[in-house]
Design a protein around this ligand. Structure first.
Ligand code: B3K
Ligand code: ZN
Length: 879
């Protein structure tokens, strides 16, 4: 469907459903191409609205039969199209509707609805996939109790799963069998799931806080059982944590996870039956990196936490998506902070937020955390809804304090359990718990764009007065030209010249509660008295607000903060800010035909951090990593030349490698470990620092450093170290590069998840040959346009992880990605639309590249038969 014909759906048009569904009985007979679905719905007219026709959603459906209260409906009493089933004059009373449809899971390449992945039948219903299985009021505020009977050939699908608890199963003639699952909890259709296939499983048990035993089962392909242990461990820790941190107990007899290899996103929180991209389940020390383990831990936790924030309390409509996603991201971030290192987690999250969300928020795809309108809801599973949504929850906790926040969550669970709620209802719980008026705070949900806070400081030595003036502004975004002031909680502190904390009691300009200054006007001035010397301001500690901060602090101030700030986040930030200042300056120099300059103070500060034994290695690793190319591009903001950014960053890395070489070498040797691999955070942190040292040393291009990387590649006993060495080698045009890449492929040819790493490493190579290489990779026998992980590993890694080569000055990178998007769209619109977002920064490029990128966007837009998903992204990107 073309987007110009696709309607714009608006939040303000929300109306409650005309019909409610009390129960759903599904009877599904699995077949590769003709799966029969019999749905029996107990419908009741919604007592809150006037009588209305019954209109059920469909998507590409074929109706086989329709009965009302057991009687076939005459053909003239309903209208069935692939997209809709209408009964214009239903009786104004409860009735049963039996709907029979037939669907073809093998032909379903969209991976939405019922499809097959490596022979396994599985479903993905969020956001609107249930309507591809049967006609239904497919909207989250219609919540029903489901039971599901599945029937299949016993050899094709010995395992038959659906939501809830197993209540019956048995043998049938002709080598067939069945299973019946019942989910006692009311849920919206997007949480429905069914799986059938020949799968292996591992099993464990969890005893809940009230002493109930829950069976835990993770299903994987045969032979992969031993790689699911870490996921199981993460699941048990998640279940315990949700009890301890939020008092939330699991509510069924069994919790199941199924890992599949073809999946459009990370995972899905279907009630009692999570379906996962196998990337977020399967791991062993030999096949997965520390980053993969951390990803598994957080995605397992995220989907599990949805059981309360998303499933027990769901969203009234898709505009409220952040209600479950932002909140659940916040919860998984807290979980990881408790499991691992809080400061390291915070820095990692802020890096992601800036790289993904800030970029989104400053371009044509910017939208509020709660969008006001959409054409295709699948395009709104964005960094803004997820990551900025989590930041908004975090800010609320910062504003009202942890205790009131927890009390507000308790109110939310008590007040809205079993309901489909709104953002207003959620926020009201915190207003009630804290007594704070949240009206102005609600702007975080309505106004798009990253607020900028400009801070000017002044010291009056004579009077001992220090003045801090803060101004906020929110940039215009599509459809929102002007903005009102936001409520911005800023954690802050003042340091004396020795780095000691000074008391923060302003004599004028507002109160600071705990250490939080609330900026809620366009401009505010705070005055601190009794100062014997000029203090150094540390502000937005722990990144308490998702803003862009501009200050008049000097590099000397940042050097002090980098060494002494009691807030680890701001220690890291001080180094990043100093590096960004240097890097943007050097990009300008390079563009003017000059040479990059070095910054002794920055190198000195990095050296001090490297040798600070009080710091955890994972933190040092982050501190030593210069801002990414994307960070530099974002800071420059317009007229971007990616090649110069790359050169400037390389020069800094080389400089660090040369000038801190001796210390980096010592660090590398000191952190060598003879212990067997363990994925725990402390060990992972040591490996992270060691591998950053390796990479910085190799950035000099010196042959001992390359040899060291080659040796590490060969000798590694775990994927983290092997992959890190390979990534280092991959950046250099040395014979060791090709040898290691060939060896890697041979070693891991039969492990798709590892081979994805091999693909993406090459696709992300900044070398000029990258595009040719990527073209070659798409012709590799192991490449397939049908597998989303593989497509993301090659085309995604090139378009989103290779700033210089995607943005080649000749436009060939854009043309290649556009061709790929057009090739994928007919098969998998969601995947194509996601790839198309790579073009979202096109307006920030220098004029030559900008024109070439625009040409490709226009070419996509003009192509026939675009999916609604892709057309929506391209239209908005062109603005
Ligand atoms: N709720 C799913 C995402 C569904 C995306 C649909 N296009 C996974 C998650 O956020 O937990
Ligand atoms: Zn989620």
């Amino acid at each position: 469907m073309r987007t110009d014909t696709a309607p714009l759906i608006r939040l303000t048009d929300y109306r409650p459903p005309d019909w409610l569904v009390e129960t759903v009985h599904l009877d599904v007979t699995l077949h590769p191409t003709e799966t029969r679905v019999r749905a029996s719905l107990a419908l009741i007219p919604n007592p809150a609205v006037p009588p209305a026709p019954l209109v059920l959603d469909g998507d590409g459906l074929t109706l086989v039969s329709l009965r009302r209260d057991g009687v076939s409906l005459p053909a003239d009493s309903y209208i069935a199209t692939p997209d809709k089933l209408t009964i214009p004059q239903p009786p104004n009373r409860p009735f049963r509707l039996d709907i029979e449809t037939v669907v073809d899971p093998t032909a379903n390449t969209q991976l939405s609805g019922l499809y097959r992945s490596s022979g396994t039948w599985c479903t993905q219903c969020e956001a609107e996939g249930f309507r591809r299985i049967t006609y239904f009021p497919d909207r989250p505020d219609v919540m029903a109790v489901y039971s599901t009977r599945i029937e299949a050939d016993k050899s094709e699908a010995p395992v038959l799963l659906a939501n809830g608890n197993l209540i019956d199963s048995g043998e049938l003639p002709d080598n067939r069998h069945f299973a019946v699952w019942h989910d006692p909890h009311k849920k919206p259709s997007y949480l429905f799931a069914l799986v059938g296939g020949d799968l292996a499983s591992i099993e464990d048990k969890f005893t809940t806080m009230t002493g109930r035993d829950v069976t835990l089962r993770i299903y994987v392909e045969h032979g992969k059982e031993d790689r699911a242990d870490y996921a199981m461990d993460a699941l048990k820790r998640s279940m315990r944590w949700d009890e301890e941190a939020f008092g939330r107990e699991y509510d069924l007899d069994i919790f199941m996870i199924v890992a599949v290899s073809d999946f459009n996103m990370g995972a899905m929180e279907n009630k009692g039956l999570n379906v996962f991209n196998d990337k977020y389940v399967l791991a062993s020390g030999e096949t997965a990196t520390d980053g993969d383990f951390a990803g598994i831990e957080s995605v397992i936790a995220h989907e599990y936490f949805h059981n309360w924030t998303g499933n027990r309390i769901t969203c009234r409509d898709w505009f409220q998506l952040c209600l479950k996603e932002g909140l659940t991201v916040f919860r998984d971030q807290e979980f990881t902070s408790d499991m691992r290192s809080r400061p390291v987690k915070r820095i990692a999250d802020v890096r992601t937020l800036r790289a993904a969300q800030f970029v989104e928020d400053s371009g044509p795809l910017a939208h509020p955390v709660r969008p006001a309108a959409y054409k295709e809801i699948n395009n709104f599973y964005t960094a803004t809804v997820y990551e900025k949504g989590a930041e908004v929850v975090r800010m609320m906790q910062t504003l009202i304090g942890r205790e009131a926040f927890r009390a507000g969550m308790d109110i939310y669970f008590a007040r809205h359990d079993g309901e489909a709620a709104t953002v207003e209802q959620f926020i009201q719980c915190f207003a009630d718990a804290s007594g704070r008026d949240m009206t102005q705070f609600m702007r975080w949900y309505a106004q798009a764009g990253t607020p900028e806070v400009n801070v000017r400081t002044q010291f009056d030595a004579e009077r001992g007065i220090y003045t801090v003036t803060l101004k906020q502004s929110v940039p215009p975004t599509p459809g929102q030209a002007t903005k009102a002031p936001m409520v911005i909680p800023l954690r802050m502190g003042l340091l004396d010249k020795n780095g000691r904390e000074l008391p923060i009691v302003p004599v004028e300009g507002g109160a600071i509660q705990r250490d939080v200054l609330v900026l809620d006007k366009a401009e505010q001035t705070l005055t601190f008295g009794g100062m014997t010397e000029r203090p150094v301001l540390s502000i937005n500690r722990a990144f308490s607000a998702p803003i862009k901060l501009v200050t008049d602090l000097t590099n000397a101030d940042f050097a002090l903060l980098a060494r002494h700030d009691s807030d680890p986040f701001n220690r890291w930030q001080a180094l990043q800010t100093t590096a960004i200042r240097l890097l943007t300056d050097n990009v300008a120099r390079l563009r003017a035909g000059g040479m990059p300059r070095a910054d002794d103070n920055l190198i000195g500060a990095l050296g001090a951090i490297l040798n600070d034994e009080s710091l955890e290695p994972a933190f040092i690793a982050l501190a030593l990593t210069p801002p990414g190319e994307g960070d530099i591009a974002r800071e420059i903001g317009r007229d971007i030349d990616p090649d110069k950014i790359h050169l400037a960053r390389q020069a800094l890395r080389e400089d660090i490698g040369i000038r801190l070489g001796a210390d980096l070498s010592l660090t590398y040797e000191r952190l060598a470990s003879a212990d067997p691999y363990s994925p725990d955070a402390a060990s992972a942190g040591r490996r992270a620092l060691r591998n950053v040292a390796l990479d910085l040393l190799a950035a000099t291009g010196s042959s001992p450093a390359i040899t060291r990387a080659a040796d590490q590649y060969a000798d590694a006993d775990n994927m983290t170290d092997r992959m890190a060495a390979l990534a280092t080698l991959a950046q250099h045009e040395v014979p060791e590069r090709g040898e290691a890449l060939d060896d890697f492929y041979k070693r891991y040819a039969d492990n798709a998840l590892v081979i994805d790493k091999w693909f993406s490493l090459q696709a992300a190579s900044p070398h000029k040959s990258a595009l040719d290489k990527v073209r070659g990779l798409t012709a590799h026998p192991a490449f397939s346009m049908g597998n989303p992980n593989r497509v993301r590993a090659v085309i995604g890694a090139f378009a989103q992880g290779n700033l210089t080569q995607f943005n080649r000055a000749d436009g060939a990178g854009y043309a290649f990605v556009a061709d790929s998007i057009l090739a994928i769209d007919p098969k998998n619109p969601q995947l194509a639309a996601r790839l198309a977002t790579s073009f979202r920064t096109w307006r920030t490029l220098e004029s030559g590249r900008r024109a070439l990128a625009e040409t490709q966007l226009r070419r996509i837009k003009a192509s026939p038969n675009l999916s609604r998903d892709l057309a929506d992204i391209v239209e908005r990107a062109l603005g």
